[in-house]
Design a protein around this ligand. Structure first.
Ligand code: PRX
Length: 635
């Protein structure tokens, strides 16, 4: 582990001068059944990236078995339920082994084999992590779908990767809500022919209907399964999981990650960024990590499930929401379990800041050592509030920049080791070679510059393909600037070479840290029978970072606008889920289009931001009067 800034500089240098030797050294720390014969093969044209070629192993052996028997009684997870009155659960590494093996055997008995796709649609309970690991144990490919997505979004994802089975629960608690998860699955499966079984974990005792021959109750079958399961021998480049994420065009795409590189990189970054292995043995034994993400997102994959378990640490798994029963819940959980390393999103920090310090004051938070941020740019004000009121100015803050496609953290400070700077992700991790380019793809050299963020050399946990459509992967990430991986983010490099991510430069929005494509929301809005056309943009939002602003054309004869807006929101909820619902809807009679029919989003963004003083050149528009109407009608 890197322990000083000088060590970081040396390690970084080594990783750039000789990446293969560098990553060989990191990968050697893991347990392999057969060593790789070649470290890396790559080109960014096809693209083709392979790491640790011919290496054979199983990631669960490294995340679980490797820690046994020494850590058999060590806590892997403390599960904190949604309700403050419910009991928390402790899952030791031995419990984890038993539960994962039992579930893996159950999946096998249901005919699931290496390479089969398994959909996991579950709330934040330990069984969701068991499910991911059970798939990995037998070489099945998990596709976790965030349990807040609608039936239609779920079925689209199940169909895209032809999942054979869905693992789910009867219901889910989220704050005051009791969500009927199984009912959503039932609706989704009406159009999914590939699914042969549904395994339902009884969690809320919400009444459910079981389809004969298809649906099974988890507790009934898993309890009967054997608690040892030989791990499937996996090749480094066998697929570990698919995770759907939004792009700038079309439907969400299935980002594919493979076993070897993902294992090596998530563990390496977890250990170095959060520094849980620093300090005395006693201090280390008390360390407790808490990442508040959901396993339905990449943060949950890499820094709830895989990274912490590969590193053999103890972590909190939280079912609830930050504001239930009140805005002190995070701080209460930190004090209750003595969390030392806390990793959350700026949107949560801003919401809790807005709730006021009265919700923080009852808690002393003195167990905390390191704070983290992820998912969107953290504004300076939120950074300082977090630093002062939660970290009490004694906890380094790591602002970790990365993406579903990167698999792990690419740019971040290392807690207490490398410098941090408010609202800057700062420096690249060893092995990461960022560069800034201008619109034409020319590299922007030097410091104090701004441009589009690209990466010029592969790293182990990078995206391999988009499931079932390699061309899409090429177009989306490797074609804008040939020879480079394009992140879709704008970025500034300051006078010290520190990186600050400024936000997406494509048609992807970041709503409360969730990535949503404008095209996706538009197509959901357009599904409403009265909508002729729509255009969606992001706009600055105090809590969410960005909100969704929709311009919608409806025929003048239709119902009153308030009813219509409610219906449009309901349509988006139905097609995608509540996270994508527009914050503002403006009914318009036309959209600013060029003569070639292209919507000038630049203008729509400015109007949504409230910056109408300088809308730039509108002379190329087919009908410039549309702009006046939009400005007048701005919400
Ligand atoms: O725009 C960047 C933003 O989130 C995008 C990736 O979203 P997703 O794939 O859902 O992964 C989120 C969790 C890793 C990026 O393209 N983003 C993520 N982290 C940061 C960030 N923007 C600024 N600072 C960050 N620390």
């Amino acid at each position: 582990m890197i322990a000083t800034f000088d060590e970081y500089k040396k390690e970084y240098q080594k990783s750039i001068e000789n990446p293969e030797v560098f990553w060989d050294g990191v990968a050697n720390e893991f347990s392999w059944k057969q060593k790789w014969t070649k470290t890396l093969e790559w080109n960014f044209e096809e693209p083709k990236v392979k790491w640790f070629i011919d290496g054979k192993f199983n990631i669960t052996e490294n995340a679980i078995d490797r820690h046994l028997p020494a850590k058999a009684n060590k806590t892997a997870f403390i599960w904190e339920p949604n309700s403050v009155d419910a009991e928390h659960r402790i899952i030791t590494y031995q419990n984890l082994y038993d539960e994962v093996c039992k579930l893996a055997n159950t999946l096998k008995s249901l005919g699931i084999k290496k390479g089969d796709r398994v959909c996991i649609y579950m709330p934040m309970i330990p069984e969701a992590v068991f499910a991911m690991l059970a798939c990995a144990r037998i070489g099945a490919v998990h596709s976790v779908v965030f349990a807040g997505f609608s039936a239609s979004a779920l079925s689209g994802r199940i169909q895209d990767s032809d999942c054979k089975i869905v693992l789910t629960t009867d219901g889910a608690y989220r704050g005051v809500k009791d969500i009927p998860i199984k009912a959503v699955v039932d609706e989704a499966l009406e159009v999914c022919l590939s699914v042969k079984n549904v395994l339902v974990y009884k969690h809320t005792n919400t009444p459910i209907t079981l389809q004969d021959g298809r649906d099974l109750i988890w507790q009934d079958v898993v309890s009967k399964a054997a608690n040892t399961c030989e791990p499937e021998l996996m090749d480094s480049e066998d697929v570990l999981f698919i995770l759907y994420t939004s792009g700038s065009t079309g439907k969400p795409k299935g980002v594919v990650h493979t076993c070897g590189g993902y294992m090596v990189y998530t563990c390496y970054t977890f250990q170095n960024v959060f520094q849980m292995d620093s300090g005395t043995e006693v201090e280390r034994s008390r360390n407790l990590f808490w990442c508040t993400a959901d396993v339905g997102w990449i943060t949950g994959h890499s820094y709830i499930a895989y990274g912490p378990l590969l590193a053999g640490v103890s972590a909190v798994l939280f079912e609830g929401v930050p504001t239930f029963p009140d805005a002190g819940r995070f701080w209460k959980v930190i004090d209750k379990h003595k969390v030392t390393h806390f990793y959350t999103a700026p949107t949560a920090i801003r919401a809790l800041e807005a709730a006021g310090l009265d919700f923080v004051k009852p808690y002393n938070l003195d167990s905390l050592k390191v704070l983290g941020s992820v998912g969107e740019p953290i504004n300076e004000e939120a950074w300082h509030w977090y630093n002062k009121n939660i970290g009490k100015e004694k906890c380094p803050i790591v602002d970790t920049w990365w993406q579903t496609e990167t698999g792990g953290i690419l740019i971040s400070s290392l807690a207490g080791v490398t410098p941090s700077k408010p609202s800057f992700a700062t420096l690249p991790m060893p092995g990461i070679q960022p560069l800034l380019v201008d619109e034409k793809g020319n590299e922007i050299l030097g410091n104090n510059v701004e441009g589009n963020l690209c990466i010029k050399f592969p790293w182990p946990s990078m995206i391999r393909t988009t499931y079932g459509d390699h061309d899409r992967c090429k177009k989306e990430y490797f074609s804008t600037y040939p020879g480079l991986y394009f992140t879709g983010d704008g970025c500034r490099r300051d006078e010290n070479g520190f990186y600050r991510i400024t936000g997406r430069v494509d048609d992807v929005m970041n709503i409360s840290g969730h990535r949503i494509g404008t095209a996706e929301v538009e197509s959901a809005i357009n599904a409403h029978a009265d909508v002729v056309e729509s255009a969606v943009v992001g706009y600055p939002h105090d809590i969410k970072g960005q909100g969704i602003y929709a311009y919608v054309i409806v025929p003048s004869t239709t119902k009153d606008h308030e009813t219509l807006k409610k219906e449009i929101i309901a349509e988006v909820n139905k097609i995608i889920g509540p996270i994508a619902k527009p914050d503002k809807i403006q009914i318009v009679s036309g959209l600013p289009k060029t003569r070639s029919g292209k919507i000038m989003r630049r203008i729509l963004r400015k109007v949504a931001e409230g910056d109408v003083s300088n809308l730039g050149d509108t002379s190329t528009l087919l009908d410039p009067t549309v702009v006046d109407e939009i400005v007048k009608g701005k919400l």
